[in-house]
Design a protein around this ligand. Structure first.
Ligand code: URA
Length: 208
């Protein structure tokens, strides 16, 4: 794992954080969390959505306005585009993927979450991963890459690569759908074209 010593996540103490036995338990604690200031401005905690018993987890950055209002991750414009990309390979939150974020509450004005906020929230993602044990973890966007791998920049260099993840999971960085919406070209080697190749590779490993 590149530069893993700076990752916010440390899965070496495998069972230390596993005081949660069910997803519902994690959700309940998370719903009444006031560990950081994001709790003061949130409307809803955005815990996760999709099929928890599936083999793929997608981790994004944090909720935006639509997500804060509905309590569901990736339901705004970027989320709809993400759904479209995933559905091109027959992957959907109704059938076979679980979607969550690094932070569960909306950062004001959609700013990037601070290290303190990500650290405060990490116990919930830790527990989600430990309980789900996904075969594949998609790191969606540079904040998810930074939090999980400790890499600050250069998602364009590492997107599409398989990286060893916790509990034997295979992790792949993927360009964030907000970035893809700002780059509409579908030409060969464009961000959207590259992302389609990445999702095809993920599908190949999923069914293998
Ligand atoms: N962007 C994210 O990273 N996560 C969401 O839930 C929505 C938009």
């Amino acid at each position: 794992m590149p530069n893993s010593q700076q990752s916010l996540f440390n899965f070496k103490n495998k069972d230390k954080n596993l005081r949660f036995k069910t997803l519902e338990e994690i959700n309940n604690v998370c719903n009444s969390c006031y560990k950081c200031d994001l709790s003061k401005t949130r409307t809803n905690v955005v815990f996760g959505d999709g099929v928890f018993s599936s083999k793929i987890m997608l981790i994004g950055e944090g909720p935006g306005q639509n997500e804060d209002e509905t309590g569901k991750p990736f339901v705004g414009k970027a989320g709809k585009f993400l759904d479209k990309i995933l559905e091109s390979q027959n992957i959907s939150r109704e059938k076979n993927i679980y979607i969550c974020n690094i932070v569960k509450c909306r950062p004001p004005k959609n700013r990037i979450p601070t290290n303190e906020e990500m650290t405060a929230c990490k116990v919930y993602l830790d527990a989600q991963i430990q309980l789900m044990r996904p075969k594949i973890i998609i790191l969606c966007g540079s904040t998810a890459v930074k939090a999980m791998l400790g890499i600050k920049s250069g998602i364009t260099k590492i997107r599409g690569q398989w990286i060893e993840g916790p509990f034997g999971a295979k992790m792949m960085p993927l360009l964030h759908p907000s970035y893809l919406l700002r780059n509409q070209s579908k030409a060969v080697d464009s961000p959207q074209w590259l992302t389609l190749q990445d999702i095809k590779e993920i599908k190949k490993v999923l069914v293998s």
